[in-house]
Design a binder for this molecule. Structure first.
Ligand code: SF4
Length: 104
């Protein structure tokens, strides 16, 4: 869910990709924990994020994710797909990706 004040006044949004369930269990964090079961990576996620960026007319995007220790690449490929898709709809956009350490 975008934070609407940021969307309208600063034209920025943070997207959390790779689902809403984390494979780690940091006690301070409110993100849902996997408890042995995570959903597969959504193949339409990159296109959907890019579509949202275009529709909202964003100028700055932050991409972050839950940790996906269940994936061989830790989700790095999905980060690349999302960021490439975002640049595909707006090559001037400022984009910052915050990865989760990719199994580190
Ligand atoms: S790795 Fe990140 S998203 Fe996962 S539980 Fe820890 S702080 Fe939350």
């Amino acid at each position: 869910m975008p934070e609407f004040k940021s969307v309208f006044y600063r034209q920025e949004v943070t997207f959390m990709i790779l689902g809403g369930t984390c494979t780690r269990n940091c006690r301070f964090c409110a993100v849902d924990k996997a408890k042995g079961c995570v959903l597969p990576v959504d193949p339409s996620e990159a296109d959907n994020v890019a579509l949202a960026v275009k529709k909202l007319g964003l100028k700055y995007v932050v991409v972050t994710s839950v940790t996906r220790d269940d994936l061989i690449d830790g989700g790095a490929g999905q980060f690349a797909r999302v960021i490439n898709a975002v640049y595909g709809v707006n090559h001037l956009i400022k984009n910052r990706g915050f990865n989760t350490g990719f199994s580190g």
